[in-house]
Design a protein around this ligand. Structure first.
Ligand SMILES: Nc1nc2c(ncn2[C@@H]2O[C@H](COP(=O)(O)OP(=O)(O)OP(=O)(O)O)[C@@H](O)[C@H]2O)c(=O)[nH]1
Ligand SMILES: [Mg+2]
Length: 369
């Protein structure tokens, strides 16, 4: 699962990417190539399970981030009525390849770093969303033209269904709404999957705010203060505030000092931890765990996955030869002290293929392979 980091120039995209993935970027990157890096998904539940079973290896879940090049500055100028340049092919290609978008929006104040106009996150969000929508509209129109030619030559129920759906999508984007909030049936979704529409991807608005003494409270209030409550509440969207400047300092610190540093700002945890968790949520992902002396590990699956497919996330053989899954919720296991105790207490359940795996389940797959 990949999340693309996008945004206007100089808003803090690469700074965030570096901190999330602890990657080093070259000084002179090739603008056509996006940087890809992996971020660990912090999980206190897994850490506590590991403390109980003391494994040789501890493996957290991860999400991939892509540092997409900056959106064209023209994105910020639509209100002036300038003809739009549109997105470059390389940006479109890079965004198409991701499962979700993190849009970094500037809210920090710093006269030494130029920004298009004054600080206005809602305007920037609307303009960048507009660019995504415009790119999709171009694609929809091209496909509709082709479809109409084909339909003249030959009637086909499948082509007609696609035609109806695309007409609906066209009306939707023409009213300046992103496809991510257009109601679609699972069949509709399948029909448009191949287009990889940009405005259909789930989006997280990441508000990069200034460093202040009362940062804890500022972070809590920022979404409302910049009037993002409404856009963040739309389907497949979300918002989070962070302070990249403070995160950069945190990233340089030893763990012992970090806690004290956070507390001095009235914070409980780092913004990066919240950001990664939000991304995971936005992608509709949950974790289940496997535990043992050799390895404690988090596995990533989509919400509402059946036990047999969850087994497949570990290994395809486990899916093929699945018999049952010994299952227990992580906190019940902690409570019992060990799997053996849990079994004795009768809190370890045996679940079949169709069991819907819950976030935080600990599973042991029994198989015949
Ligand atoms: N004051 C302040 N400066 C920041 C903050 N975040 C980033 N910057 C600075 O803004 C400049 C741009 O940061 P980058 O992370 O390179 O931004 P970017 O969005 O990747 O920029 P482009 O890729 O060039 O579009 C750098 O000089 C950063 O140090 C912040 O929260 N506060
Ligand atoms: Mg950059």
């Amino acid at each position: 699962m990949k999340t693309g980091i996008i945004g206007l120039p100089q808003v803090g995209k690469s700074s965030l990417f570096r901190m999330l993935t602890k990657a080093r970027l070259s000084e002179h990157p090739n603008p056509r190539e996006a940087h890809v890096g992996v971020a660990k998904v912090p999980d206190d539940r897994l850490d506590r399970l590991a403390a109980q079973c003391n494994p040789r290896k501890l493996i957290h879940a991860s999400v991939e981030y892509v540092d997409v090049a900056a959106m064209p500055v023209a994105s910020a100028k639509t209100a002036a009525g300038d003809p739009k340049e549109g997105l470059s092919d390389s940006i479109v290609t890079n965004i198409r390849g991701v499962d979700a978008i993190a849009h970094v929006v500037r809210a920090f104040d710093d006269p030494s770093i130029p920004h298009v106009g004054d600080i206005n996150p809602l305007r920037d969000i609307k303009n960048v969303d507009f660019d995504l929508i415009l790119s999709d509209l171009g694609q929809i129109e091209k496909r509709l033209e082709r479809l109409e030619k084909d339909l003249k030559r030959m009637r086909s129920p499948e082509l007609e269904r696609e035609h109806d759906l695309l007409l609906r999508a066209k009306a939707h984007v023409e009213s300046e709404h992103p496809l991510r909030d257009m109601p679609m049936t699972p069949d509709d979704k399948k029909r448009v999957r191949g287009f990889m529409f940009l405005s259909e991807k789930p989006i997280l608005y990441v508000l990069n705010i200034s460093e202040t003494h009362d940062l804890g409270r500022e972070l809590e209030d920022a979404i409302a203060k910049y009037e993002l409550t409404e856009v963040a509440a739309r389907p497949n969207a979300g918002a989070i505030a962070i302070c990249a400047k403070v995160e950069a300092e945190l990233a340089e610190m030893a763990d012992e000092d970090a806690g004290e540093f956070l507390a001095s700002y009235g914070l409980k945890e780092s913004g990066l931890v919240r950001l990664v968790r939000k991304t995971y949520e936005l992608l509709g992902l949950i974790s289940f765990f496997t535990v043992g002396e050799d390895e404690c590990r988090a596995w990533t699956i989509a919400r509402n996955t059946r036990a047999v497919e969850a087994a497949g996330a570990i290994h395809s053989d486990l899916e093929k030869h699945f018999i049952r899954a010994e299952t227990i919720h992580w906190d019940t296991l902690l409570d019992a002290g060990s799997e053996a105790n849990a079994r004795a207490r009768g809190t370890l359940r045996l679940e079949g293929k169709d069991y819907i795996v819950q976030d935080g389940d600990v599973m042991h797959i029994r198989h015949s392979g």
